[in-house]
Ligand binder design. Structure first.
Ligand code: KIV
Length: 271
């Protein structure tokens, strides 16, 4: 049973307490009002307005094309639906890597124009200055290490990261650096479970995994993947809780058939 289910509003401090009391953090993505309302009602702890919106909402192949304005549109729709969950918003590619002043103004736009509680940024030491500047403005930051999809053209592939000792050591050092800078949590994506467990043990802040095993402080999945709305993406770490692609398709086919056969609307469904 969840220790924190009576909490009226999840904050970064609540997440810290969840780590201390060994309660796992449940996080999912959402990009629109209606889905966010269902997630919040179900009791999700954290909603990430991920730049995976670029893939699942806009149909791009990568997360790179989504813009700051588009993220602000998605995030403000989500925030309007949420009363309890902590809403975290991805800073999109190209809005924080260039220089720390631009990073801060991107983060400020998200906080002012969406009402979200925190932002997320991909990377370690390379973006140190941007993280410091954003934190110094009082904006909570979530880090993201391991497979960082905004760097897909550098990696060249979506395979598991940090299998080799050198990359694993760099990841551990980056996690420590982010914690020392003051980020409130870190997402760790697609790395060996043993490494993720070591990082989670080493950190005081919560480590949220995706494809990183269960010995971390919480889990995150992309909503459209776990609901089976997307059906062409099946990494080993993904558990599907539904098959909405087929269910929605069947419903739409039923509607088409009813319209064509003039079964819909019937006498009771008209004025
Ligand atoms: O954009 C996203 O959905 C993410 C999660 C996969 C962690 O960053």
């Amino acid at each position: 049973m969840s220790v924190h289910q009576d909490i009226k509003q999840v904050t970064t401090h609540v997440l810290q307490n969840m780590k201390l009391s060994n309660e796992k953090i449940a996080m999912l993505t959402a990009y629109d009002f209606s889905m966010a309302r269902i997630l919040d009602n179900a009791g999700i702890d954290v909603i990430l307005v991920g730049d995976s919106a670029s893939n699942v909402m806009a149909g791009h192949k990568t997360t790179l094309p989504i813009t700051l304005n588009e993220m602000i549109y998605h995030a403000s729709s989500v925030v309007r639906a949420v009363t309890r969950a902590l809403v975290v918003v991805d800073l999109p590619f190209g809005t924080y890597q260039g220089n720390s002043k631009e990073a801060l103004s991107s983060a400020i736009r998200i906080m002012k124009e969406t009402g979200a509680a925190a932002i997320k940024m991909e990377g370690g030491r390379e973006i140190r200055e941007s993280i410091e500047r954003i934190l110094s403005a009082g904006i909570p930051v979530m880090g993201h290490l391991g497979l960082t999809p905004q760097s897909i053209h550098k990696f060249g592939t979506y395979v598991v990261r940090a299998r080799e000792e050198e990359e694993a050591r760099k990841l551990m050092d980056d996690a420590r650096l982010l914690e020392n800078l003051g980020v409130f949590s870190i997402v760790i994506e697609k790395v060996p479970a043993r490494l993720a467990a070591k990082v989670a043990q080493d950190l005081r802040i919560p480590l949220i995994g995706i494809g990183a095993g269960h010995e971390v402080d919480g889990q995150v999945l992309v909503l459209h993947d776990m609901l089976g709305i997307t059906n062409e993406f099946s990494p080993r770490f993904l558990r599907r809780y539904n098959n909405l692609f087929e269910q929605i398709k069947t419903s739409v086919q039923g509607y088409i058939a009813d319209v064509k056969s003039v079964d819909f609307p019937n006498d009771k469904e008209q004025y």
